[in-house]
Write a protein that binds this ligand. Structure first.
Ligand SMILES: CCCCCCCCCCCCCCCCCCCC(=O)SCCNC(=O)CCNC(=O)[C@H](O)C(C)(C)COP(=O)(O)OP(=O)(O)OC[C@H]1O[C@@H](n2cnc3c(N)ncnc32)[C@H](O)[C@@H]1OP(=O)(O)O
Ligand code: NDP
Length: 536
C-alpha cells in the first residue's frame, strides 16, 4: 500500500516538474515576484516593459530605486511609468503601475540601505532576481566603480541567499569584461586580482593614492568599468552558494530592433552619442577601423535573452552558472565602415534640427590622419564659430563642446578599433530549448536582423526619443542644411579670393605656377573636347 502511494507521489512530482518544464516562458513568470536592480536605467526599463507586456500574469515587480536629482523615489517611478516606452503596456493594462513596487535602496550603502521591513518582504516573496544596476561610465574613479559594480553585487547576493523562494539570480555583465582577450568563451575567467583583497586594500587608501595606482591595477583593460565588471563576475561565482545563477554578457547595447517599437533609445551612451554628434555635424572624424566588426546588440534582443535565461535557470537548474555571451559579430557581422555609411545616409535624409554643419563624418584608423582632420574639421570651425559668438557679444561654447566630445571619443575608440570573437554556444543552446511560440515572443535570433534598416531606425530613434525632435520638422531641418551649404560655398569662395590676394597676386613665382597650372588644365580640357568631338 505504502509502495503504491510512494510511487504515485513520485509520479505526481514528475508530472508537476514536467509541467513546469513544458510551461511557456510567460506561463512560468505567472504569479512570480521579480526583483530588479537598475530598473530606472536603459536596460532595466526595457526589462520591466517586456515582463509586464509579455508576461501579464507576473505577480509583482519589486524595483530598487534611490532618490536622485531632487526627485523622491516615488516621483522618479511615477515619471518613469509615464514614459512612451510603456505606451503598449498602458494600452493593454491601464493599471499596470499596481504591479510595480518600488523599494528605496542606495546600492553603495551598507546593506544596500534597504529598510529591515523591506528586507523581510523581499526575503519572503522574491522568486527571481535581475541585477542590472551598475555604473557604466568609463571614467569612474576605481573606488566608486568597485563599490557599485562589485561590492553591491556581493551584498545583493548575500540578500539573495536569504530569500526563501528564490529560483534564479540573473547577473548582467558585459561582453567586454574580458576585453583583454581576443577570443572570449562563455566561462568566468580568473579575476585580475582577488576581489576581496582589493576591496580590503582600497578601503583604507586615500583617493589620490587609488587614482595613482589605478592604471597599474587595471593593466591591459581600458577602464575601471570593464575591470570591475570582470571582478563582479568572479564575485558572482564565489558567492553563489546554492543559488541558480546565470550571467548575461551583452556587447554594445543599442536601440530596440522590434519591441516595443523600433528605435527606442533614451541615452547618449555607447554609439548613440556618436551618432547624434555626427548627425548634428559636430563630429566629422573619429578613430575607428572600417573593417572591424561593430558588435552592436539591440536592447530588446538582450532583454528577451535575459528573460529566457531566467526561465531556463529556474526550471533546469544547471549545475554551474551558465554564461551567455549576447553578441552579434559571430552570427550576423556588420562593420564600423558600414555603420558610418548608413548613419550618414540616414541623417542626410532625416536631418537633426539646428545642425552645426552638414553631416559628413569619416572614420579612420590612422592616428595622424585623424589628428589632421580634428584640427581642420573640429578645432578650426570651433575657433571661427567661437570668434563669431564673441564678436556678437555671446559666450563662446564650441571649443568646450569639442573638448568634451574628444574626451568621449578618446574613451570609446578602444572598442571601435579592434575585433573580438565571442563564443555564443549557450545563446544557441537556449534558443533550441524554446518552443516555437516562445522563440517568437522572446526573439533573440539575430540572424534575422537587417542591419541597414536597424541603423536607420536607431538614428531616427535618437532624433525622436533622445533629442525629442518632431519628425514633422524635417523640412525645416533640410532648409537649415541648405543654408549651411550656402554659407560653406560663400566661405570657400572668400577663402580662395583671400589666398589669391595674399599669396598668389603678390609673388611672381606663385603667379607663374598658377598660370602654368591653369594653362595645363585648359590644354587638358581642349584635348578632351577635341577627342570627344572626333569620336562622335
Ligand atoms: C563618425 C561617425 C560615424 C559613426 C560610426 C562610428 C561609430 C563608432 C562608435 C563607437 C562606439 C563604441 C562604443 C563602445 C562601447 C562599448 C562598451 C562596452 C559596453 C558596455 O558594457 S557599457 C555601456 C557603455 N558605456 C558608455 O557608453 C558610457 C560612456 N560614457 C562615459 O563614460 C561618460 O559619459 C563620458 C563619455 C566620459 C562623458 O563624461 P562627462 O563629460 O562627465 O559627461 P556626462 O556623462 O556627465 O554627460 C554630460 C551630458 O552630456 C551628455 N552626453 C554624454 N555623452 C555624450 C556624447 N557622447 N555625446 C553627446 N552628449 C553626451 C549626457 O547625457 C549629459 O547630458 P545631461 O543633459 O544629462 O547633462
Ligand atoms: N548599455 C550598454 O551598452 C551595456 C550595458 N551593460 C550592462 O547592463 C546593465 C545595465 O546597463 P544600462 O541600463 O545601460 O545602464 P544605465 O546607466 O542606464 O542604468 C544603470 C542603473 O543602475 C542604477 N544605479 C546606479 N548607481 C546606483 C546606486 N548607487 N544605487 C542604486 N541604483 C544605482 C541606476 O539608477 P539611477 O537611475 O538612480 O542612477 C540605473 O537604474 C549594467 O550592468 C551594464 O554593465 C552591458 C553591456 C552593454
Amino acid at each position: 500500500m505504502n509502495l503504491v502511494h510512494c510511487n504515485s507521489s513520485v509520479q505526481e512530482e514528475r508530472r508537476s516538474s514536467l509541467a513546469v518544464i513544458m510551461a511557456s516562458i510567460s506561463e512560468w513568470y505567472a504569479g512570480k515576484n521579480v526583483l530588479i536592480t537598475g530598473a530606472t536605467g536603459f536596460m532595466g526599463k526595457v526589462l520591466m516593459e517586456k515582463l509586464l507586456r509579455s508576461c501579464p500574469d507576473v505577480k509583482a515587480l519589486y524595483i530598487l530605486v534611490r532618490p536622485k536629482a531632487g526627485q523622491s523615489m516615488s516621483e522618479r517611478v511615477q515619471d518613469m511609468m509615464m514614459c512612451k516606452l510603456f505606451d503598449r503596456v498602458r494600452e493593454d493594462n491601464p493599471d499596470f503601475h499596481q504591479k510595480i513596487i518600488p523599494i528605496s535602496s542606495e546600492l553603495t550603502q551598507p546593506g544596500l540601505a534597504i529598510s529591515p521591513e523591506d528586507v523581510q518582504t523581499l526575503t519572503s516573496c522574491i522568486n527571481i532576481v535581475f541585477h542590472c544596476a551598475a555604473t557604466i561610465r568609463f571614467d569612474e574613479p576605481l573606488k566608486h566603480a568597485l563599490q557599485l559594480n562589485v561590492i553591491a553585487t556581493q551584498q545583493l547576493l548575500s540578500l539573495a541567499q536569504q530569500m526563501q523562494h528564490l529560483q534564479a539570480f540573473i547577473h548582467i555583465s558585459t561582453a567586454y569584461a574580458n576585453c583583454n582577450r581576443r577570443h572570449i568563451d562563455e566561462v568566468i575567467y580568473p579575476p585580475p586580482v582577488e576581489p576581496k583583497k582589493l576591496i580590503d586594500s582600497l578601503e583604507w587608501m586615500d583617493d589620490s593614492i587609488i587614482c595613482d595606482i589605478t592604471p597599474r591595477l587595471i593593466g591591459d583593460r581600458p577602464n575601471t568599468y570593464t575591470y570591475t565588471k570582470a571582478l563582479a563576475e568572479c564575485v558572482v561565482q564565489q558567492e553563489s552558494g546554492k543559488l541558480n545563477i546565470a550571467i548575461i554578457r551583452p556587447s554594445i547595447v543599442g536601440a530596440s530592433w522590434q519591441e516595443p517599437f523600433p528605435g527606442w533609445i533614451d541615452n547618449f551612451n555607447g554609439p548613440s552619442g556618436i551618432f547624434i554628434a555626427a548627425g548634428k555635424g559636430i563630429l566629422r572624424t573619429m578613430r575607428a577601423s572600417n573593417d572591424a566588426v561593430a558588435d552592436l546588440i539591440p536592447v530588446d534582443v538582450v532583454i528577451n535573452l535575459t528573460l529566457a535565461a531566467g526561465w531556463y535557470t529556474a526550471v533546469h537548474r544547471p549545475k554551474t552558472a551558465l554564461v551567455y555571451n549576447c553578441t552579434t559579430g559571430g552570427i550576423n557581422p556588420f562593420h564600423w565602415g558600414e555603420i558610418e555609411h548608413h548613419v550618414m545616409s540616414t541623417f542626410k535624409r532625416n536631418p537633426l534640427e539646428q545642425a552645426f554643419r552638414r553631416p559628413n563624418a569619416n572614420i579612420t584608423s590612422n592616428y595622424l590622419i585623424n589628428q589632421y582632420w580634428i584640427l581642420v574639421s573640429h578645432k578650426f570651425p570651433a575657433l571661427i564659430y567661437d570668434l563669431f559668438l564673441r564678436l556678437s557679444g555671446q559666450k563662446p561654447q564650441m571649443m568646450r563642446i569639442f573638448n568634451r566630445l574628444h574626451k568621449a571619443i578618446g574613451l570609446l575608440a578602444y572598442f571601435s578599433s579592434q575585433d573580438w570573437e565571442w563564443n555564443s554556444d549557450n545563446m544557441n543552446m537556449l534558443m533550441s530549448q524554446l518552443s516555437a511560440d516562445d522563440r517568437r515572443t522572446f526573439n533573440f535570433d539575430v540572424r534575422q536582423l537587417n542591419w541597414p534598416e536597424y541603423i536607420e531606425n536607431y538614428c531616427i530613434g535618437t532624433k525622436k526619443y533622445v533629442l525629442n525632435e518632431d519628425m514633422s520638422d524635417i523640412p525645416a531641418a533640410r532648409q537649415h542644411l541648405r543654408k549651411l551649404r550656402n554659407i560653406r560655398y560663400t566661405f570657400n569662395t572668400v577663402l580662395l579670393v583671400f589666398i589669391w590676394r595674399v599669396f598668389i597676386a603678390r609673388s611672381q613665382m606663385a603667379r607663374n605656377i598658377w598660370y602654368f597650372v591653369v594653362s595645363l588644365c585648359f590644354k587638358f580640357l581642349s584635348y578632351f573636347r577635341a577627342s570627344s568631338t572626333l569620336t562622335q
